[in-house]
Design a protein around this ligand. Structure first.
Ligand code: DAH
Length: 336
């Protein structure tokens, strides 16, 4: 008898240690099964009671039940502690979990439009590229075949920084990134470049000294104006709806030949009393530009286009003053 009774506190201590040492809920559960489960140590002890004498049975049974109840209480406490631990943030982070949605605020309307445009281009295999806002004349103008007497290079049109000679400047367009990318990478190229640009405009309803552009460049073999047109149409229809119509009108840019302006028409434009609205410049990359970056113009062809993001956002949301985007007035921003 005494031998059997002695086993009970030992088995209990064994279980107690295992429950206390379990590091997580899974570990605790397997310890529960080991000690208190149907095939566990305590069940085995209970089964042996039958073999004891009539006098021993009640004492042993009582001792086992008390020990079991105590262990069950401990198990419950440990479970609560481990459940709480599981919710604590000081555990190793799982970076594959989806991000939490932010509960206040929203993205600026220009950011929303930019992200939408970039997403549309990514769907057709374009990668996002970037370049510096403080540029040199070479990337902004010379390499883009823009001659020294071009009005864009006038100090009244451009912000030059007098710190160095020749002075760097705030880029007047994102086309400079075409040069930076082509100088670094071999064709084929498919890039979309969102970015901020600067011009010496005074602010009015449709102008601001700083605004944002998207530049797109595609270089491959045997690229045609038809590819350009189809891409432009696809992008603007995805962005502003299937009712959108596109037209290319001959124009001049020094870095493309032929060059076009892209006009766009939709019920919204017509409701503004116009049939067409110009929204972008584009063309086939000029052979001289390919020469400047070291591409063989006989082997490679490409198109480029660029447009202002504010203009698109104004059309999309029916906004009539560009300055609203930069005033940070909550009454305006809260609508997006
Ligand atoms: N850089 C021009 C601007 O700022 C827009 C532009 C025109 C971009 C023609 C191009 C292009 O890539 O081919 O007005």
């Amino acid at each position: 008898m005494s031998e059997f009774i002695e086993k009970i506190p030992l088995a209990k201590e064994d279980a107690r240690q295992d429950f206390l040492n379990a590091e997580n809920l899974g570990g605790l559960e397997s310890m529960r099964v080991r000690h208190l489960g149907v095939n566990g140590a305590f069940t085995a002890l209970l089964k042996q009671i039958g073999k004891l004498s009539k006098e021993e049975k009640p004492t042993a049974g009582k001792a086992i039940n008390i020990a079991k109840r105590e262990l069950e209480t401990l198990l419950k406490e440990r479970k609560e502690i481990l459940e709480n631990d599981a919710l604590k943030p000081n555990r190793p982070s799982d970076f594959s979990l989806p991000g939490r949605k932010s509960f206040t605020g929203s993205l600026h309307p220009l950011t929303q439009v930019t992200e939408d445009i970039v997403r549309i281009f990514r769907k057709i295999g374009f990668a996002v590229a970037d370049g510096p806002e403080i540029e040199d004349e070479y990337h902004c103008f010379d390499a883009l075949n823009t001659p020294a007497d071009h009005p864009a290079r006038d100090t009244h049109d451009t912000f030059y920084l007098k710190s160095e000679d020749p002075p760097p400047l705030l880029r007047t367009h994102t086309s400079s990134v075409q040069i930076r990318v082509m100088k670094k990478a071999k064709p084929p190229i498919r890039i979309v470049v969102p970015g901020r640009v600067y011009r010496r405009d005074s602010a009015d309803a449709t102008h601001n000294p700083t605004f944002q552009q998207i530049e797109v460049l595609y270089v491959d073999r045997k690229v045609t104006v038809r590819d350009l047109r189809a891409t432009v149409e696809y992008v603007f229809r995805e962005l502003l709806g299937k009712v959108v119509k596109i037209r290319l009108r001959p124009h001049y840019f020094s870095y493309t030949e032929p060059s076009f302006e892209i006009d766009f028409s939709s019920p919204l434009v017509r409701s503004m009393g116009k049939e067409w609205l110009e929204i972008a410049g584009c063309g086939m990359v000029h052979p001289q530009v390919f020469e400047n970056v070291g591409y063989d113009p006989e082997a490679w062809s490409g198109w480029a286009f660029g447009f202002g993001i504010e203009r698109i956002a104004m059309i999309r949301y029916g906004i009539n003053d560009i300055r609203l985007f930069y005033e940070n007035d909550q009454r305006f921003l809260n609508q997006f």
